[in-house]
Design a protein. Structure first.
Length: 163
C-alpha cells in the first residue's frame, strides 16, 4: 500500500492504537495518523494534545518516524482523504460490535465519494478490550491503566485523567 490514513479520535491513544500504527506502517510506504476534530465532541484531551501524544508515541516506540506523520483535521473524513489524494483509510476491528459501526461509516464515506476505500485490520486478540473510553473511565477512578496505554505516554496522560 502506498499511503494509509489511520483516522480516529485518539482520546487518548491506547496500546491498541500503537499496535495498529506499527502494523499499518509495515504495510504502507507512508502512514498518516489523523486526529479528527469534532467540535461537538470535545472529549477529555484537547485535540492538539492528542496530536502531541501521538507524536511522542511514534518517537518513543522505534516506529519508522520518517514514514509516519501525525496530523489534525476538522471536517468530513472524505474531504481529508481527497485533500491527501486518496490514501486508503484503515480502521481497526476489535469485534463484531465494531464491525456494524465501521461498515456503516465505510458505506457512508463511499456514498459521499466512491473513490474512498476503507480497509480493516483485526486487532490483536489480547488488545480486543482496549478502548479510549475504558482508559478514561478506569483512569478517572484511579484504576490501573498501565496495561491499556503505551508506557511512553502514561505519565503524560495520568494528570488529565485524574484532573
Ligand atoms: O476513534 P473513533 O472515535 O472511532 O473515530 C471516528 C472518526 C473520527 C474516524 C469518525 O467519527 C469520522 O470520520 N469523523 C469525521 C466526520 C465524518 O466524516 N463523518 C461521516 C462519516 S460516517
Amino acid at each position: 500500500m502506498k499511503h494509509a490514513l489511520f483516522p480516529g479520535s485518539f482520546d487518548p491513544p491506547t496500546l491498541g492504537h500503537l499496535n495498529l500504527i506499527e502494523r499499518i506502517s509495515r504495510q504502507a510506504d507512508r502512514t498518516t495518523v489523523a486526529v479528527i476534530e469534532n467540535p461537538n465532541k470535545p472529549g477529555l484531551f484537547p485535540f492538539k494534545e492528542r496530536v502531541e501524544l501521538l507524536r511522542s508515541l511514534v518517537a518513543a516506540n522505534s516506529l519508522p518516524a520518517d514514514r509516519i506523520q501525525v496530523s489534525l483535521f476538522s471536517g468530513l473524513l472524505v474531504d481529508y482523504v481527497r485533500q491527501l489524494d486518496y490514501p486508503v483509510v484503515v480502521r481497526g476491528l476489535r469485534s463484531t460490535i465494531d464491525m456494524e459501526f465501521e461498515f456503516q461509516m465505510a458505506h457512508l464515506n463511499q456514498k459521499l465519494d466512491s473513490k474512498v476505500e476503507t480497509m480493516f485490520l483485526a486487532t490483536r486478540p489480547e488488545l480486543s478490550a482496549v478502548s479510549s473510553s475504558y482508559v478514561r473511565e478506569i483512569g478517572r477512578y484511579g484504576g490501573d491503566i498501565s496495561q491499556l496505554v503505551p508506557s511512553s505516554i502514561l505519565e503524560q496522560i495520568l494528570p488529565r485523567l485524574r484532573g
